[in-house]
Write a protein that binds this ligand. Structure first.
Ligand code: TRP
Length: 329
């Protein structure tokens, strides 16, 4: 294996079929990082338990997400893809880290406060410990690089602090301070053109949707709100369709849309049709691979089990070092 720059770790909650926001915000980046780093990608089902009120879709959502990752180009031969709960050492490390974590630091985090506001009926202990579990994920695998969205910055900063506290308290250097690698793509808006794309808001475009479904969703996209009639000139800078053209259309097409929209030379319908065509062309190989792999679901579970074995080997080693550092008898 060629020499790699270091180890990447990232995790995402099992949300089932992935959408364009997941793709541009995370998956595309996960795929690209495989060339330069040793990558560990985790489906964080334990984190999901902090907010879900039913677990009935957990297994299916885990499967669908893993399938999308593989179809998008995460290579099981190179990278470790696994399910968080399959490697229970993370719970053990979480406990050790909790002993060097001041409670106030957790309750002060903006991410915690927001969740507590969203679910006042369920401010559970696990929710407070969410960043501790996330730190345990990263530190268990001694990852030095963590690709995440900018919203996760306080969690990465917490992980760095907990490394310093742990190493200081036990006079060791077993834990490694991770660096955040912010994903370049800013937040992807939903088809409403207002809010971040998300399944719960139902403003998403699923990667695995059919061509017809995708076109239908694209045709529903909200464009420049000031452009009400076909004859009104538009402003591509405030149009969500244009921002996605920049990702999926050719430079010539982007230049054309940019000019023609401003002088009402092209209408929103035509502009969206062009985008839908390009998006569908881009997703065609993904969909084909998804259908191939999905023909045998056991393949996906096998990949996750191989991932579990490789992840467990690293985790066991780290836990042994951590226990030795603490001087547990
Ligand atoms: N908290 C992350 C999110 O909501 C998910 C996550 C859990 C994660 N463990 C992680 C991300 C470890 C990076 C590394 O997006």
């Amino acid at each position: 294996m060629p020499h790699k720059k270091g180890r990447v770790f990232s995790g995402a909650r099992p949300t089932g079929r992935q959408h364009l926001g997941n793709y541009l915000g995370a998956i595309k980046n996960y795929v690209a990082l495989q060339d330069e780093y040793e990558c560990v990608y985790c489906i964080v089902d334990l984190h999901a338990l902090t907010t879900v009120d039913t677990t009935e879709n957990l297994r299916q959502n885990t499967y669908e997400m893993a399938l999308d990752w593989l179809a998008a180009g995460i290579r099981a031969e190179d990278s470790i893809i696994f399910v968080q709960s399959h490697v229970p050492q993370v719970a053990e490390l979480h406990l050790f880290l909790s002993m060097v974590t001041p409670l106030g630091k957790l309750t002060d985090l903006p991410t915690f406060k927001e969740k507590a506001r969203q679910q006042p009926h369920n401010v559970n202990y696990g929710l407070v410990g969410y960043p501790v579990l996330m730190a345990a994920d990263i530190l268990l695998y001694k990852a030095d690089t963590v690709p995440v969205g900018i919203d996760q910055e306080p969690h990465i900063e917490f992980a760095r602090e907990v490394v310093r506290s742990f190493n200081f308290r036990y006079k060791t250097n077993v834990l490694v301070e991770p660096q955040m690698k912010a994903t370049e793509f800013p937040k992807v808006l939903g088809i409403d053109g207002q809010q971040k794309m998300s399944k719960s808001l139902n403003n998403h475009i699923e990667l695995a949707a059919t061509e017809a479904e995708t076109t239908q969703r694209v045709m529903q996209m909200v464009t420049d709100p000031q452009r009400q009639r076909r004859s009104d000139p538009g402003n591509p800078e405030v149009c969500n369709v244009f921002s996605l053209h920049k990702v999926f259309s050719s430079p010539d097409e982007v230049a054309m849309v940019n000019i023609e929209c401003r002088r009402a030379g092209i209408g929103c319908v035509q502009c969206k049709q062009l985008f839908a065509r390009n998006l569908n062309a881009h997703l065609a190989p993904f969909r084909q691979r998804r259908a191939e792999i999905g023909r045998d679901p056991q393949q996906v579970w096998d990949v996750l089990d191989q991932g579990r074995q490789r992840a467990a080997a690293i985790a066991e080693q780290t836990i042994a070092e951590v226990k030795a550092a603490i001087a547990l008898p």
